[in-house]
Write a protein that binds this ligand. Structure first.
Ligand code: SF4
Length: 310
């Protein structure tokens, strides 16, 4: 599978963003329309079954719909992740319905005040409309919630809102210490008691809503995820907006460049990277100390250890 960050540009500047995205923060050298469509053709030719299209805000990329259509025409299933602030009924109708496995909308508050504190510039009313547009278009809806000191007290209300909006799945877990979130960690990170209450809430709601909406929150922490990855590497290639391939979001290592290498070569490099001593040590170090995660967006090419200037 592939997770494809189409752009780092975004219409919001969220405090908890794990990709350092914000308005005007497109990466230098992001793939052009022509390069992106050529990569889509390689994805189709390689018969990759599933692509998660993410950002930044992926719908900002001018070629977003053309790309989704190209992948869909080639038989690839898609998940689209959007913050929902600019996603309308017209946009939902433009998506290649048969190929859309889900559209995921982020909702980080049940009230406008809390939502906009975590997502400055965001409008909860527009996001609810976007979620309804997804369902109206007959597309499966997922909601995601990033807990923080700011919004964790509204978690139950957001779960209930997700159900009311028609979501089939609610995704959450501990806040990840990556990107902007790492810089604002003391302001954002819930304390142990808040997390314990949150986890208990998720277990209760999971039972209460069984058969109506799935709650997806395991592994609960990035630490658990990293520990699992030491014995079971991910099969999902992470493609950055400029075509570089990252071994894993919580690690700084890059293993390929799709501007100069084919997807097949990138896949081979990715497979090898998981047994590279630096990746093995990096996973263990990040699992042992989440402060290491703050370095995850300072990218380094594995083969030569040269920092990548962005
Ligand atoms: S969290 Fe999502 S919506 Fe917010 S700035 Fe990052 S990419 Fe944009």
């Amino acid at each position: 599978m592939i997770t494809w960050q189409l752009t780092r540009d975004c219409d919001l500047a969220c405090l908890h963003c794990c990709t350092d995205s914000a308005p005007g923060k497109a990466l230098a050298g992001e793939l052009t329309r022509v390069e992106a469509l050529a990569l889509a053709d390689q994805i189709v030719a390689a018969q990759i079954p599933y692509v998660m299209v993410v950002g930044g805000e992926p719908t900002i990329a001018p070629h977003f719909f053309e790309l989704a259509q190209r992948l869909a025409d080639g038989g690839v299933l898609l998940k689209i992740e959007t913050n929902g602030n600019r996603f309308s009924e017209a946009q939902a109708a433009r998506l290649p319905k048969a190929a859309i496995r889900s559209v995921q909308v982020s909702i980080d508050g049940a009230t406008q005040a809390v939502y906009a504190r975590q997502r400055p510039g965001g409008d909860l009313g527009r996001v609810k409309k976007a979620a309804r547009a997804v369902v109206k278009a007959g597309l499966p809806l997922e909601i995601t919630f990033a807990p923080s000191k700011i919004n964790i007290h509204e978690a139950e209300a957001v779960i209930d809102l997700a159900l009311e909006l028609g979501a089939f799945r609610f995704n959450t877990g501990r806040l990840m210490r990556l990107g902007t979130a790492a810089k604002l960690w003391d302001r954002l990170c819930p304390d142990g008691k808040e997390y314990e209450k949150f986890y208990n809430l998720l277990v209760r709601k999971e039972n209460e809503l069984a058969g109506r909406m799935e709650l997806c929150f395991r592994p609960f922490s990035l630490k658990e995820e990293l520990e699992a990855r030491t014995t079971e590497p991910s099969g999902t290639l992470l493609v950055l907006p400029d075509g570089k391939v990252k071994v894993s979001a919580p690690l700084p290592y890059l293993c390929a460049d799709l501007k100069t290498q084919s997807l097949r070569d990138a896949w081979a490099a990715y497979r090898e990277a998981w047994s590279h001593p630096k990746v093995v040590a990096g996973l263990a170090a990040a699992a042992a100390s989440e402060e290491r995660l703050a370095e995850a967006n300072r990218w380094v090419m594995l083969e030569n250890d040269l920092p990548v200037v962005v």
